[in-house]
Each structure stands twice: as structure tokens, then as C-alpha cells.
Design a binder for this molecule. Sequence first.
Ligand SMILES: Nc1ncnc2c1ncn2[C@@H]1O[C@H](COP(=O)(O)OP(=O)(O)OP(=O)(O)O)[C@@H](O)[C@H]1O
Ligand SMILES: [Mg+2]
Length: 340
Amino acid sequence: MAEGAIRVDGLSKVYHGSVRAVDHISFEVRPGEAFGFLGPNGAGKTTTVAILTALLAPTAGTAIVDGIDVFSHPAEIKRRIGLVFQESTADADLTGRENLELAAALFNVPRREVAARIEALLDRMQIGDAADRLAKTYSGGMRRRLELAVGIIHSPRVLFLDEPTLGLDPQGRAGFWRYVQELRRDHGMTVFVTTHYLDEADGLCDRIAIIDRGHIVATGTPSELKDRLGGDILTVRPLAPNAGIEPILRAVPGVLSVTAQEGSFRIKAPRGEELVPKLVEACAGAGIPLAGVSLKRPSLDEVFLEFTGREYREEEGGMTPTDRAVRLGQVAQAMGRGRR
Ligand SMILES: Nc1ncnc2c1ncn2[C@@H]1O[C@H](COP(=O)(O)OP(=O)(O)OP(=O)(O)O)[C@@H](O)[C@H]1O
Ligand SMILES: [Mg+2]
């Protein structure tokens, strides 16, 4: 297979013999592609990243990254990949420059290249002015940029990002992705990113997979996935609960489907804007007062709802303490700092 890509086949992870975190997933990431791995809390994203970066052994299945079998050559995999976790992996008591020097040493960056690479990264990530300040004095955005620099100092061919922008403001998120896109453009790096922010993935990723409860429920380009929804999404909210409205909505020409939600009705239809006046008219004709009608072009949120039957937002939230502990342990191990 071509270099620089990821191929996963029948991958499963069962924790403690009972928690099926990843359940027989298969997918492929093409060289140079930005591939988004999206799903709510507990879907299995971090588990997948940990397996693909040789931090965690799977229960079953195979994974090839950059042409190398992850499970038979974990050391080689760690040399070829970069990893940026959501949790801070920068050492707060070192300066930005020292963090980069440490990473360069851990990843065996050739001695004669270290200084120039560090300068270039500090400059590119716009942390040059703060290079000799302790990382604990950095803002969240600066820290994330430092971590991105740490993650790519050895010029990895595949970069794994596990919710790298969680907790950043929109400006910080946009800035972070700008750097990632530049790196892709200049180095042809393959990027595998997990995120909670569906809109973010929509703009950034060439293709995405949606994972839910350990299963991949959909894969495709963002526009392919939206096209599969078959049109726009309208939401009709009657002023008071009214069971009689559903057949009236269904009967309006152009309506593809009607789904009752809490207190409102979700309608799929091509050319949604033309349908709005017809829906209003039909309800008025039936004597049903409306509180509102809204029209949305499908977003990845709707794609998620379509493929899982659940709202994405409901499940959003921070990491659990377990997630945090697991992740920090993995990071310490990955950075070879567990012994301190
Ligand atoms: N070390 C562990 N031991 C037991 N169960 C675990 C362990 N790590 C993860 N899990 C469970 O596996 C499932 C998948 O977890 P994972 O961290 O991969 O999800 P995630 O998609 O990254 O979620 P989040 O968005 O919250 O980071 C969850 O049910 C989680 O509780
Ligand atoms: Mg996670």
C-alpha cells in the first residue's frame, strides 16, 4: 500500500474483558489526507488513537501506519508519527525552547538540525518571543501551538491529533488549524484528527468517519455525507403540543419525511426554503398555531443525528476523570517521562 497512510482492519478493543470501546472497525486514510474521526464522549476515539500510535494493544484486528504494522513494530511507528493530545503534554516547568529540545532528543532529531528546526518552529507557531519563558506562563493557545511544535519536531509522516483544540476559543482554534494546514501543504503530512467540533471537521477534513459506541456509522467526504441526507432540514414547532399536526405536515408536497422530536417536528425536504410558506399555510389551514419554523442546510450535526438517531450536542462535555488519567498515563509513557 502507498506510504503515508493508515489502514485499519477489524480493530477491536475490549477493556477489562467487558467494556467494548472499539468494536471491529475498518477504515483507510489516504496519503496526505486530513481524516476526521468524529464522535461523542466515550465513542472510542482516544482508544483508536492510542492503538494506532502503539500506546495501547488492541484486542483484535490489524493496523498499518505509513506502511508499517503497528503491533509488530511499535518503536518504528513512534518514530514515524507525531501525536498531540488534548491534555497538555508540555512540561510546564521548562521553557518553550527546552520543551522542543527535549522532544528533539527523545525523537533522535539529528544534532546538527536541532537548532534550526527549533527556530523555524518557534517562528512558525509564533511563540518565538516567549521561547525562553516557562511553558506554565503561556496562554492556552500558545501552549497548544507549542505542543503542535513538539509533536512535529521530528517531521512525522502521519500526525495524530486527539481533540487538540478542546478548550480553545474560536480564534485559537482557527489559528491552530491554519498551522496544521500549512504543515500539510508544505510536507504532505497525513493528519488523523479526532474532534468534538463537527463544524471544525467540516472545514478541515477531506474525509471523515463518524464513530458511535465503538462502531463506525458513516464514512465519506463532508459533502457526500450531507448529500446522503437528501436535502434540507426544517423544524416546525407548534405553539402547543398537537398530535394532529404530523399527518398535515406529511401531506405537504415536497416533504420527504417527518420525525417527531420533543415538542417539534423535523422535516427533510429538498429546496427547503420553498417549503416554508407551504408548511405555514397548511398549519394555518388546519387551525394549528405555530411557535416557529426554522430551516437549516444540513450540517455534520444533522449527519450525526441521521446515522445515530441521537443529537450530537446532548453528549458533548468534558473528559471524565478516567479519560484524563488514562490519557495522562499514556502521554507520560509516550514521552518516556514515566520514570520521573
Ligand atoms: N482504561 C480504560 N479502562 C476501562 N474502560 C475504558 C478505558 N479507557 C476508555 N474506556 C472506555 O472505553 C470507551 C471509549 O473511550 P474513549 O476514551 O476511547 O472514548 P472517546 O471517544 O475518546 O471519548 P471522549 O470524547 O470523552 O474523549 C468509554 O466507554 C470509556 O469509558
Ligand atoms: Mg477521547
